[in-house]
Design a protein around this ligand. Sequence first.
Ligand SMILES: *[C@@H]1O[C@H](CO)[C@@H](O)[C@H](O)[C@H]1NC(C)=O
Ligand SMILES: *[C@@H]1O[C@H](CO)[C@@H](O)[C@H](O)[C@H]1NC(C)=O
Ligand SMILES: *[C@@H]1O[C@H](CO)[C@@H](O)[C@H](O)[C@H]1NC(C)=O
Ligand SMILES: *[C@@H]1O[C@H](CO)[C@@H](O)[C@H](O)[C@H]1NC(C)=O
Length: 664
Amino acid sequence: MPLCLLSASVAGTASVAGTASAAEVAAVLQPRLTFAPDGLRAAEAAAQAEAAGSGVAAWQAVARTVTALQRLDCGHDAGVDGVTTAKEAELLNATEAILDAAAGGEPLAMSALGHMYLLGDPCSPKRNLTWATHWLEGAAAAGQPSALAMLGFLNESRALSRVYNFSYATPAALTARYPPAGGGAYAQGRALYEAALTSGGSVLASLALGSQYSNGFAGVAASCPAAAAHYEAAAAGAMAQLDEKRQRTVEQGWLDSSSEARTLLRKQPAAARESGVDPASVEYMDYCAHVGDVAGQVGMAHLYHSGTHGVPRDTAAAAHWFAAAAAKGDPMGHANLGLVRLRAGDGAGALPPLRRAAKRSDPSGWAGLGYAYYYGLGVRQDYALAAKALSAAARLGHLDAIFNLGVLALRGEGMEQSLHKAERFWRVAADFSHPMAQYYIGRMKARGLGTRRDCETALFFLQHAAAAWPAGNGLLETGLAAHEADRPQRALVHYLLGAHAGLEPALHNAGFLYAEAMPRRQPQLAASYRGAASEYFRRAAVLGSVDASIRLALVLSQDLTAEHSASSWRLANELYAEAARHGSADATWHLGYNYLKGRPEKLLFSLLRAVYEARVFIVFAALGSFVLATGGKRAPGFGAGAAATAVWHEDDDAAADDFDEFDD
Ligand SMILES: *[C@@H]1O[C@H](CO)[C@@H](O)[C@H](O)[C@H]1NC(C)=O
Ligand SMILES: *[C@@H]1O[C@H](CO)[C@@H](O)[C@H](O)[C@H]1NC(C)=O
Ligand SMILES: *[C@@H]1O[C@H](CO)[C@@H](O)[C@H](O)[C@H]1NC(C)=O
Ligand SMILES: *[C@@H]1O[C@H](CO)[C@@H](O)[C@H](O)[C@H]1NC(C)=O
């Protein structure tokens, strides 16, 4: 049996092998409910900072500044007519604070500044690669893990010279300190990623190494145990970031930005951005809310609560609009009003609206009641009633409730302690893409915690959990926005970052931009871009993207200059044949085209090819209008929507939705 040993970088987890009891597993996993009142969270965070030592507080202050800076929405009204808006002032303050800290040698500030100069986000200082590498190297010399990971990426991807024609090579001091083990073009990058892991950890580095080991990319031999260990570390980091992001949603639902993970096509209309949450739509929603439209009120309340899309974060305004919707008898208004109050620790105020929502069979209302009983907010603490309320929510399809029931089962709170039951709850939640459930299942499988040790299954779940990494979605989002704004270099750098973290859409899109956009910018480098394109398409194809193997074949069959043209040609046809076996009509078409190319029929086929490509455009346009037509129905970006299809059936507990027990 292969030993799925996990590296020491996974913090404080003894490996309990074989048949562990539920209590032992609970001690290793330390699972917690997805919902906690703010006061409890703050106290826990303070205790953690205390335990970790005094340096942490200062570090966290800088991290908060950086995060605040990244969150600033400096899109629309920045710098109009030289008037300094409050936001700009805040931005200037934050930038100055970071500059001061960096000049004073604070590694995190140097690293943040390096990232900003490199990626050139709208809110940050203008892109300047000289400054970017200067600050990143300074931070790396001080052992800052994100800077080490970024320099590893720059070495591995050769992005600066390829994308920006900027001459940069990893400095000798760094290669001497982190010498590459073994040979190959990727060894130095890998050494820097490893350095990032040993000096504190970096999700980017863990993902990059995990994807190398799981697929045997970049000259390493594929290894499930090594890949699972890296993905576990990545997933742990992703969970922490996700938790922070969930603080901004009422119920900490899972934010879903899958629309950004699209693959780029040659002819493609601009996307209908995120189900219409542009400024004009927000204005319209605000108008609807004011004239008494319930959906508008709930929508505005969510925007005020999360403080996104140009709406300032304002809990009081959120509560106001939820209350307005509740006054119209809307169960979502009741449930969310209750949850907002519960988060603030106001149990007495939270219970009446939660009860009203539960009475109207609102899943979030039931979940909120469950949390109130679990923490004893406004009622006497009662784990059994908490479990009953959560069961009712779970039966109505509330994904978080299903996950939380698993936590209760493992801890034996409100029900008999049972490892088997916990695993069953989590398995259902994991199958419906609950990242936390995927993370726990993956860790149990990797260690054989109360279940058979199974590296492949562990890797599968840990990879999915790690893919919930919010920053990864951010990269795809920025890449897409830059592509649509016709800024291929900016798009490419973001997609390359995602690609080296092993995200399939990013691999495909990096290949696409190398194949299509970059040669148009710099025709003299077309051959080198083609090489890069085929490498990224190949990696995406290995991850199972049929689309990418077709693209790879296209790139290879364009390669007529190289002396390998015969072998490229053969490989291209093999790829098409493989894709055709997977049922791709496009591939069959290309296959036929390649066989006939060079014959008199060529002209006819060139015409057909033009028609074919127009067809892609038409199909896409139809798809776009479909999204436009249906997208408006969904409230923007709240996790509960994603849970709507998951339903938990527990027959032996059928009395739980008997409401009387929960009434006043
Ligand atoms: C910027 O900093 C100054 C002084 O440090 C402070 O008075 C001012 O309120 C800050 N402005 C913002 C928007 O935070
Ligand atoms: C970057 O900053 C350096 C030093 O201030 C300056 O000489 C250079 O022109 C800048 N580069 C760009 C592209 O702005
Ligand atoms: C890259 O930059 C160098 C000098 O900075 C220049 O000579 C060369 O032509 C550039 N190459 C491309 C493809 O732009
Ligand atoms: C990556 O590292 C190798 C070995 O140290 C070096 O030769 C190469 O120039 C580096 N590449 C980049 C883009 O920094």
